[in-house]
Design a protein around this ligand. Structure first.
Ligand SMILES: *[C@@H]1O[C@H](CO)[C@@H](O)[C@H](O)[C@H]1NC(C)=O
Ligand SMILES: *[C@@H]1O[C@H](CO)[C@@H](O)[C@H](O)[C@H]1NC(C)=O
Ligand SMILES: *[C@@H]1O[C@H](CO)[C@@H](O)[C@H](O)[C@H]1NC(C)=O
Ligand SMILES: *[C@@H]1O[C@H](CO)[C@@H](O)[C@H](O)[C@H]1NC(C)=O
Ligand SMILES: *[C@@H]1O[C@H](CO)[C@@H](O)[C@H](O)[C@H]1NC(C)=O
Length: 399
């Protein structure tokens, strides 16, 4: 195990085979330029992901402070990539502070974000966050800007008016695989769009921006269930997987409420209580400030906690939380009983934009073919200072 490996999460293989027989229906695979080639493990049998979350570029573009934050954020990305060598970078939502954006140039910040990645010939995949959706910006607009760079792997697979944009999966193949049609995936990375923020170029009768639901849409959950069982059938095997979504599910809130133990769930736990999906919405669909939580993410939680081989789900959004928590039991005020013991993890606030002054950093996830055979992965947080957060060191035993 690497000296940096500080948290290990794993799920046991379940005996019951879940889910139905539908093949990969309802899939709209967009035409990603395939010049990138497939994602592959390194020759040493490992694959690493660096997660940059809550970069919040483009804040206060009209004064000196805002653009300076973006310069600082580019420095963070560079410092982390000087120490880490990921096979994929995940931009896990809130790339841009959309409410500060002007229609004519709200997505130009993408170029600044991906600059350090392009320089290093790294490829990336995004999920979009609530601040990526506002009157003058949208997931679609950010996607278009991303795609002007050949290194983007963000490729929406779910169409429909309520799906959001960044819903897709990426297979990772053995080292040396050049043609993905003749290789077997060894790891699947799932990306979900938790939406939120405001609808693009829409105002209500009173001239106010129109809020967008802030949970993973049920059409996306249906697609995920079908696509993941389709992969299991096609390869006659549970392929280990990891998930990424900007806003954490309510189960993260319930776990925090049950108590985050600094010995078992090390990391920052300052955002008390954290903001989950469906926060601020009512069960009947109103979001007029009268409800705290509408439970519309229940179907998503049911899906992620019952999918065999799904080891962990990584979120951002709550800048002041960085822990990982194994969701292994029915929690108070919830009716979803997990069966795969999925770890629900935060990354670390990476950008200088957005609230909070916790030291900037980025969660790293590293899998090895050996570890994946037991559905295990390693993770640590690389800080802007260049060090690995010592408080997270050696706290959990290897599983
Ligand atoms: C999940 O964790 C619980 C409690 O730690 C344990 O009893 C159970 O066997 C685990 N289930 C699986 C599928 O690993
Ligand atoms: C993708 O490519 C196929 C075949 O080249 C084409 O028929 C289809 O219209 C393209 N779809 C998009 C969204 O560009
Ligand atoms: C949207 O962009 C336009 C054009 O730059 C600008 O005038 C307006 O203030 C922006 N609106 C909002 C709500 O941010
Ligand atoms: C975007 O446009 C606004 C208003 O037109 C301007 O003030 C701002 O400097 C522009 N930002 C960038 C990054 O070009
Ligand atoms: C960049 O990466 C691609 C594969 O993603 C590789 O084919 C190419 O040789 C690399 N270029 C450089 C300059 O390293």
């Amino acid at each position: 195990m690497s000296i940096f490996a500080v948290v290990t999460f794993g799920v046991a293989v379940l005996l019951a085979v879940p889910l139905g027989a539908s093949p990969l229906a309802n899939r709209k695979v967009s035409n990603q330029s395939n010049s990138l080639g497939p994602l592959t493990f390194r020759a040493d049998g490992t694959f690493q992901i660096s997660i940059f979350e809550d970069l919040h570029f483009g804040e206060n573009a009209w004064d000196q402070w805002g653009p300076q934050q973006d310069i600082n954020s580019v420095k963070v990305i560079n410092k982390i990539l000087d120490k880490e060598s990921p096979g994929l970078v995940v931009l896990n939502g809130d790339l841009i502070t959309g409410e500060n954006g002007f229609l004519e140039n709200s997505t130009v910040y993408v170029d600044q974000i991906v600059g350090p990645l392009v320089t290093r010939n790294l490829t990336w995949a995004s999920t979009y966050g609530n601040h990526d959706y506002d009157f003058n910006i949208s997931g679609d607009a950010i996607l278009e800007r991303e795609r002007s760079w050949g290194n983007s792997r963000t490729s929406p697979m779910v169409s429909g008016p309520d799906a959001g944009v960044s819903n897709y999966y990426l297979p990772v193949y053995d080292h040396g695989c050049v043609n993905e049609y003749s290789c077997r995936p060894r790891l699947i990375l799932w990306f979900f769009d938790s939406r939120g923020g405001f609808k693009y170029q829409q105002k209500d009768a009173s001239g106010n921006r129109v809020g967008q639901p802030n949970w993973v849409d049920t059409s996306v959950v249906d697609w995920f269930n079908q696509a993941s069982s389709g992969l299991t059938k096609r390869y006659r095997k549970t392929i280990p997987s990891l998930g990424f979504v900007h806003i954490p599910p309510f189960a993260s809130y319930a776990l925090q409420d049950a108590g985050v133990d600094p010995n078992k769930e090390p990391g920052i736990n300052d955002d008390l209580q954290l903001a989950p999906q469906a926060q601020g919405w009512c069960r009947d669909g109103r979001n007029d400030g009268t409800c705290t939580y509408g439970a519309q993410d229940t179907k998503f939680m049911q899906a992620i906690s019952h999918t065999k081989g799904l080891m962990a789900l990584f979120s951002g959004h709550d800048h002041g939380d960085t822990w990982c928590y194994k969701w292994d039991r029915l929690l108070p005020d919830m009716d979803v009983t997990p069966v795969n013991n999925i770890s629900l993890c935060f990354g670390q606030h990476t950008g200088y934009g957005g609230y909070g002054n916790w030291e900037r950093g980025a969660r790293q996830v590293k899998v090895s073919k050996k570890g994946l055979a037991k559905f295990e992965a390693d993770s640590w947080i690389r800080l802007e200072s260049g060090t690995v957060d010592e408080r997270l060191d050696d706290v959990l035993p290897d599983l």
